[in-house]
Design a protein around this ligand. Sequence first.
Ligand code: NAG
Length: 491
Amino acid sequence: FGYLPYIDIWSELASALALSLYLVPVINITMVLSWVCPSGRISFYHAKDNNLLLTKVSESGAKEQTSLVDVCRAATPDTCHLNPLLFNGHLQTFWTATKSGDNVPVYYKRKIFQADSAMFTGQYAVDFAVEPYDMPPEGELTDQERKYTQPGGLPGRTSFFSQEELESLPSDDSKPMLVVLHGLSGGSYELYLRHVVAPLIEDGTWEVCVVNSRGCAQSKISTGVLYNARATWDIRQTVKWLRKTFPNRPLFAIGFSLGANILANYLGEEGDACQIKGAVLCASPWNLDVSHFTLNQTWIGREIYSKTLGTNMKALFERHVDEISKNPRVDVEAVRKITYLHEFDRAIQCPTWGYPTEGAYYRDASSSDVMLGIRVPFLCVQAEDDPIASREALPFQEMTQTPYGVMVTTSWGGHLGWYEVGGGRWFSKPITNWLNLMAKEIDIQIPGVVENPDKLPGQIAHHDDLNKDADLAPKPDFGPSRRKLNMNLPQ
Ligand SMILES: *[C@@H]1O[C@H](CO)[C@@H](O)[C@H](O)[C@H]1NC(C)=O
């Protein structure tokens, strides 16, 4: 759900590699095809009979109508040529653990936020991308006292804003700004994230900030509250703050992996009131019950991915054990014994949030229904051979019902892999193209118009077929973001 860490997975990697390379008795035909003709197939999923119409401004200033589907198609390269040495989803995914190609520098300055909600008390860290700068010596700017930072200190290329910088932060400029959510146990330093952020900030046209999940990216938590797959409270507070601090900036958002699931939940909960002008959901696990089930179905899924993800979460827990164990419902020893991700969720998420089983948590925190409530344009980018955010969990049908979203899938790419020859990452192209098109060529002041509002999901279309009786059947109300667990989310 994020990235596969460097935590000693090399021996497991080696055995899995050997397995996928040599031990599979029947050579997979697609594998051979990838060798001969190394190109992933690209597919688009969207509503066929209901467009979201957007207004495009041409260079001469003339306005013309276009559709979200056209914008998404224009943003997506015609081909997906990946590195033939990484010829399947597992290899593409494993490669992220090698941390190769880490030549994508993004510098950050950190601001700590105190949660404004009584339900989700505590502090969290937001990292703002800034121009390259020399790292300050240990002191206030590195949080030498470790008030907000774990003992190991800040991640690379990151330091705190000075008081003066914070005071001069507000601006009435109208630059587009991107809010980023990372994967399960990652942070602003993640390479996949920098592959999208770096090209956007290169020419100075974009502003970017990353909302780190509680306790991630070396931040310290100040209460027992961590986060979960529908932890929308911190992005909600951050967006409100951004709206106030940068009143003229059109806000965009992107989520990766678990962060994409959280973002889809947030956008759906916000519905018509959403302040985000456009969003990208990349490698989301969508239907968590299904993605977990498929993860646990195979040996590699269970023993490599689920174990790695479980180990990561256990390590995160251990870094914050003093705070978390103040919650009397958490059994510290039980958490220390877990191996797989679902065991972590059972030991932590269930008692913390009140879910009776991890299955109940997965079903409740999934974004596959909530996405039907999203009322701003969004682009989804998924690899169909993603071993973690599996194909089985993708909302193919839902994508055909909402005009607000388009899903682009590639047949090959792994989980946040998409490695090209030379270390480039394919997914950064459709994503940065789309964000640039939306921010610079679409007039986002003019709201998108749904061609057939009657066909929006959640609306039961009125049938006025003259050859039939009047449609008097009851019309129950489908609320895509209604949940089992009421977390009292602020509006
Ligand atoms: C995961 O798979 C194992 C092995 O097949 C099975 O024993 C276990 O019950 C599964 N767990 C979950 C939570 O699905």
